[in-house]
Design a binder for this molecule. Structure first.
Ligand code: DGL
Length: 276
């Protein structure tokens, strides 16, 4: 009986959510690290962007998204949105207990400190994440000697959602944001928004050689593995895990842009529309 219960638990999906397609960068890393796990992803596209909203709205949106994933019966929740992680992680943990909830800010800070590049970090994130100093606090907790500068880059979310990850316009906007950090010469750029890895090449090119770019994706996947292992609910075996994609609006757009994040094409039929 006990082992049957354990097997049922192991087969439950991992829930992952973001305001839009950005969290697919984290989902992809989880899929690569844990190919046997079933995954259900929710993009709250109807209410994107989160980063310009008040903390009260972000918390309300995040708890509603988490509740929708909770209804699917999940064994773990990944908040694949730095904004929701910065604002609402404690509320989400309380809401979802005993289901474990993993945010992306701490794993991102861990990746930055582990890169060991010299301790001068420029964080590119949303307005809400920057306003809370979420990355500064997380990095300084790991390395009190670190120098951290945070820049709100909300237009990069729109570029990523539009799929305009390179070319003249993307380069000009990235350059403008990096110029805002005038005088601060970082050795690490932390992509503190899950949408930004889509613009990685453009950001790297504008930042120039000698600057290391880090994000939360692979370190979050490592925390997911460690948590599933600690709870004895890792799904093993030879069959690949399934993937369900949910969105709150715009299935066609979600499929078009989401395909870029996942590296293979999707159609609107791959996306289920849900109401929160
Ligand atoms: N992808 C989200 C993040 O990691 C937020 C983008 C937005 O909705 O503003 O912060």
């Amino acid at each position: 009986m006990r082992s049957m219960t354990a097997n049922v638990q192991n087969d439950l999906p991992i829930g992952v959510f973001d305001s839009g397609v950005g969290g697919l960068t984290v989902l992809d890393a989880i899929r690569q690290a844990l190919p046997h796990e079933h995954l259900v992803y929710l993009g709250d596209t109807a209410r994107l962007p989160y980063g310009t909203k008040s903390p009260a709205s972000i918390e309300r949106y995040a708890t509603q998204a988490a509740a929708k994933l909770g209804e699917q019966g999940i064994k773990l929740l990944v908040v694949a949105c730095n904004t929701a992680s910065a604002v609402a992680l404690n509320a989400l943990r309380e809401q979802m207990a005993p289901v474990p909830v993993i945010g992306v800010v701490e794993p991102g800070a861990t990746a930055a400190v582990a890169a060991n590049t010299g301790g001068k970090h420029l964080v590119l994130a949303t307005e809400a994440t920057v306003r809370l100093g979420a990355y500064r606090k997380a990095v300084e907790a790991l390395d009190p000697a670190a120098e951290v500068r945070e820049e709100a880059c909300e237009m990069l979310v729109a570029l990523a959602e539009e799929g305009w990850s390179d070319g003249e316009i993307a380069t000009a906007i990235v350059r403008r944001y990096l110029d805002e950090a005038n005088g601060f010469a970082p050795d690490t750029i932390i992509l503190g928004c899950t949408h930004f890895p889509l613009l990685r090449d453009t950001i790297a090119e504008v930042a120039g050689a000698g600057v290391t770019l880090v994000d939360s994706a692979s370190t979050t996947a490592a925390v997911v593995r460690a948590t599933l292992e600690a709870n004895g609910v890792l799904r093993s075996g030879s069959t690949s895990g399934s993937l369900r994609l949910l969105a709150t609006d715009g299935a066609t757009r979600f499929a078009r842009v989401g395909g870029r994040f996942l590296g293979h094409s999707l159609t609107y039929q791959d996306v289920e529309l849900v109401d929160l």
